[in-house]
Design a protein around this ligand. Structure first.
Ligand code: DUC
Ligand code: ZN
Ligand code: ZN
Ligand code: ZN
Length: 484
């Protein structure tokens, strides 16, 4: 059985050209003029692009006393409906749980996925068992990224010494550390003060997490990564201070990647102020939405290349779940949705406005992250041999975003009422047509775990637990010699 996508214009991160695409056995087998196959998908007037990869989602995640409402089935269905063909979820060990125990739970949860997926492993505590398991995670389990929370004190947060040790371990294993960069001590102090002063509403969440706490933590994480001799990926970069730190590090030759979210690019802090409680609480996430200057900085970063990819941090909670925080903003489950809307919103506010070229759009929604995660060109490419994860993008299709017609399991949408110009005509996951205009044809369980190989390790010799705790001489990389 073969499928041919005919009469479209292929758009990749570096090329735009007219050609048909032939798919057999879930992979691209031919690209060229006048191809034919058993099944034809008409792409007249459309752009044929690598499916989106969302590097940052939380599906059915235990968090703040509840579970995020979209699971791997509804989450990947929402993604496909919006042209996203792969997600990377965060595997989060419970307190005291080993990495491998947590991974077994995530393997179990993900069996219903409609599209391919991978995991980042979170380091939420630090001891010899975790240190040892990191090697198994990288070498046997196909996970080459480790997430560190610098916030959520008393829950997920790791301290600087733990983070530095874990970064050093990443360096020797050929893994990439990720950070949620907010100063958790300061956030905890400011939150307690706001609450004590009677500020219990959702707007206090934004006041408790100003841009400075993110800028400080981003700087700190970059310096620790430099000392450990390892690249760094900063999730949900939302402000100029964090972007500035990333830009400066990159100029010095460090491999530091920044990931703005579609929410921070298109929604601002006015969503929290002078709004009804539900409206504001539904938009409580960390980091919170910022003002226009920060948004401009993020757009500039995507344009200039100092920021690398656009994600969602999709972590959806129902209104009922958000209401756990009535009377205490610290109990409002943090998170917003966006999986279905990331590509249409970025196209509408990025490509249609002239801020991004179509090729840059593909780069920041798919190809860049495929390269960073070491899965290119299996993913993120329209090339012979690549997985047929493809979106046939119709720039003339339009809709007004509404919770009433979304795939996500929650009862509202933070982009409600926004009109998008540009939507999938077809979304294919490894050759399977999962979306045909508004018709959902997803197949539960079709999604497969994507193994990711380690990167070439910076230091070849693996240390023992004892050596890592009292480190040997640190090899610094990425900073040019003086005088350069
Ligand atoms: N931020 C959120 O808003 N939700 C999930 C975790 C996070 O860091
Ligand atoms: Zn985070
Ligand atoms: Zn409202
Ligand atoms: Zn997150």
């Amino acid at each position: 059985m073969s499928t041919v996508i005919k009469n479209g214009t292929i758009v990749t991160a570096d090329l735009t050209y007219k050609a048909d695409v032939k798919i057999e056995g879930g992979v691209i087998t031919e690209i060229g003029p006048d191809l034919s196959g058993d099944e034809t998908l008409d792409a007249t007037g459309c752009y044929v692009m690598p499916g989106g990869i969302d590097p940052h989602v939380h599906l059915e995640m235990p968090f703040m006393g509840t579970y995020s409402a979209d699971d791997f089935e509804s989450g990947t269905r929402a993604g496909l409906a919006g042209g996203t063909t792969m997600v990377v979820d965060f595997c989060l060990p419970d307190p005291g749980q080993s990495l491998l125990e947590a991974l077994a739970r995530w393997d179990n949860k993900s069996t219903r996925a409609n599209a391919d997926y991978s995991f980042h492993m979170a380091i939420t505590s630090w001891d010899e068992r975790i240190f040892n398991e990191m090697q198994t995670i990288v070498q046997d389990k196909g996970i080459n990224t480790f997430k560190h929370f610098m916030a959520y004190k008393g829950a997920l947060m790791v301290n600087d010494d733990e983070m530095f040790a874990s970064f050093s371990r990443c360096a020797e294993l050929g893994a990439l550390p990720l950070v949620h960069a907010e100063n958790g001590d300061v956030v905890a102090a400011m939150s307690a003060k706001l609450l004590a002063e009677g500020n219990d509403g959702p707007e206090a969440h934004a006041y408790s997490r100003p841009a400075e706490v993110e800028g400080e933590a981003t700087n700190r994480a970059i310096m620790l990564a430099d000392m450990a001799g390892v690249p760094l990926y900063v999730v949900h970069t939302s402000c100029e201070q964090a972007h500035e730190a990333i830009r400066r590090a990159r100029q010095k030759g460090m491999r530091v990647y920044g990931e703005p979210l579609i929410q921070h690019l298109t929604l601002d802090e006015s969503e929290y102020f002078d709004k009804d409680w539900d409206h504001a609480a539904r938009r409580v996430m960390s980091p919170p939405f910022r003002n226009k200057q920060h948004q401009d900085s993020l757009w500039a970063g995507l344009q200039s290349g100092s920021l690398s990819c656009v994600a969602t941090d999709h972590c959806a909670f129902t209104t009922e779940q958000k209401r756990f925080g009535i009377g205490n903003f610290m109990r409002i489950p943090n998170g917003t949705g966006g999986l279905e809307d990331r590509l249409p919103m970025l196209w509408t506010y990025g490509v249609a406005t002239g801020r991004l070229t179509m090729n840059e759009f593909v780069a920041v929604t798919s190809t860049n992250i495929a390269k960073i995660l070491n899965i290119y060109p299996k993913k993120g490419a329209i090339l012979v041999g690549a997985d047929a994860d493809i979106v046939v993008w119709d720039p003339k299709r339009t809709k007004t975003i509404s919770a009433a017609s979304q795939q996500s399991a929650i009862d509202y949408n933070v982009f409600e009422g926004k009109t998008v110009n540009g939507l999938p005509r077809f979304t294919l996951t490894r050759g399977l047509v999962a979306i045909e205009e508004s018709t959902i044809k997803t197949r539960e369980g079709h999604g497969k775990f994507v193994k990711r190989e380690p990167y070439p390790a910076v230091s070849k010799a693996l240390s023992t637990w004892k050596e890592l705790v009292s480190p040997r001489k640190v090899e610094r990389t990425g900073i040019p010699a003086s005088g350069v």
